[in-house]
Design a protein around this ligand. Sequence first.
Ligand SMILES: Nc1ncnc2c1ncn2[C@@H]1O[C@H](COP(=O)(O)OP(=O)(O)O)[C@@H](O)[C@H]1O
Ligand SMILES: [Mg+2]
Length: 384
Amino acid sequence: MVAAPGFKVGILGAGQLGRMLAQAGRPLGVNCKFWSDREESCCAGLGEIVASRYEDELLARRFGSGLDVVTFEFENIPAETLRTLSEHARTAPPPLALEVSQDRLKEKELFRSLGMQTAPFVAVSDLPSAHAAANALGFPLILKTRRLGYDGKGQALVNSSSEIETAMATLGGVDLIAEGFVRFSREISMLAARNGTGKIAFYDPVLNLHAGGILRCSIAPAPQISAEQLSALRENTVRLLNALNYIGVIAIEFFEVGGGYLANEFAPRVHNSGHWTIDGAKTSQFETHLRAILGQPFAPTTTLGRNAMLNLIGALPAPDFSAGQSVYLHLYGKTPRPGRKVGHINIRAPQYSDLSMKVQELCTVPGVSDASAEIESFCARYLA
Ligand SMILES: Nc1ncnc2c1ncn2[C@@H]1O[C@H](COP(=O)(O)OP(=O)(O)O)[C@@H](O)[C@H]1O
Ligand SMILES: [Mg+2]
């Protein structure tokens, strides 16, 4: 990448994803400027931070001035703000991608319109429509808020009609989507990037373990993916990227059912299930995103060895934790709070069996994971 005179990239959001984008950009001569809606930020020291509400229209008109491109690392910025920004500066990914991803109903409708399979779903706006949805879908079903959900928040599992009313009350009287409960065998995500010339770069599929709705562990490449499955995953990804005229990195989450895939949701940004790429791919998802949005050629996205990523949630590893060979600790400079992602550990090994041993060993370190039991059986199941 050309380092001089230096690219300037604006980023909406200043959390760990912004931090890792800026860190990837530094050696490439990319300077970042953040728009954050809070004072405290884990991007401190990595570039100028402009603090204001994301609804600030005046800032939306001015923020992009002098920047090569503006991107976002946070999905809940108002689509309106990105639209305004895009009238004054180059923005990527496109506002449409953000808008669709912010609404689970629009998202699933788009998947379907592109011939991508999804869990059965019905829009729910009140109690009668919830009961109608239950009649159509059967039990169990999942009620999700159409907007603003993440890490399993804004969701309720419903096992019978007597539970519907309480579930709706917990979700706070907003528009919902009801989804049939999918008995998937595994969760797979696809990370890919598209640039302005329509070229697409893929990472290997990733196998993900969620517990309590939060991503705990990712394995890449996902083991036991046949050539047919790989091409199905890629074809789905290409359809979505092209339909959105997308630029940048995208992550699409799939449920694997009977060897096929149901698209669950997509994130129009770099993604937690791609954090392994920092140490486990020739080019990280963060650099790939910067290359795509800056109109630079892609660098190889090839996987190096076998990789795992463990999220550090709510706690830091014991102070005497030493990462060791092919174990990479990434902290986000955040104060631990229950449920808060404060860092991750990447682990690389030549074979899945070594990887499994290393992951299980790490899980015994205090503070590394409160989902060690789940991770252990996950490893035993897929990495043996
Ligand atoms: N329809 C479904 N059937 C079964 N499990 C689901 C379904 N939808 C979500 N889940 C589980 O809940 C997790 C979080 O849901 P998701 O739709 O990805 O929302 P978010 O990640 O935005 O919180 C998924 O990764 C999956 O483990
Ligand atoms: Mg998800």
